[in-house]
Design a protein. Sequence first.
Length: 296
Amino acid sequence: MFRMCLSSVCDKTTPLFFAHHLVVVLYFARSAELAGVRTETISVPQRITSLQLWEEIVRRHSRLAAIQDQVVFAVRQEYVLLGDQLLVLHPGDEVAIVPPISGAIMNETEDEPKDLITLNYKKLSADEISALVISPCCGAVTLFVGTTRNNFEGRKVVQLEYEAYTPMAEAEIKKICTDIRLKWPSVKHIAVHHRLGLVPISEASVMVAVSSPHRAESLEAVQYCINTLKATVPIWKKEHLALCMEMPFYVRWCFILIIPVINMKLKCKVQIVQTPALGEDNGEYLGPVQGFAPDP
């Protein structure tokens, strides 16, 4: 894919010494985004391995460490892989950091298609699932996010709860991924994340992300995936409804009206007072007297 560095650039036999030169580092595409600069001049040893040079640059821009496996150098416009190759640098040399070009993987590893299936109780992240399916050979990533809504058949929902037969659910989703690859062979990566347990209103319960070279395939594949998932995968949801909304309309009104009456009745109770009542003149016992607190 890329020619190895020429002898004028790399020399594994020349010993190291400590002379330093100023070289110009050029950043392109993703490397420029992470470094925050397009070009800069740095002082480095005249003789340094390509990996040591990379480490020196990463010390200046730590975010570049995330793409170490995806880049190569171009020293005096010759490709140089990161490793133990000894670079012989001259004052004013250009050292370019070259990310993948048009889908090429610089370390020549194949970007194999992946099916990424996750069922757990964690909050879902759209950024995370999108990053999982991004591929340099794809120009489209389609993402579906299913969120919990606050109503079901006219009733108020306060939260949803999901339950799954997890091993079978994962196997069924894998079958869906296989079907997608048969129907749309150009699809690259597929990710399906489903949240289990309680999910508050407006939070994501399911996400599907698909990457493909062109948008048509990923759009169709995502729609097929979510429709088939809802129809065949053993995942169940339960709507947790607001208390009063679980009752018929007329019962709700009766319930609302009777509660204050019950509260008042509890405060106004009848008591039987077992105490002798004496006559005014002769002290004759007249029997028990009923005392009560009148209704308000």
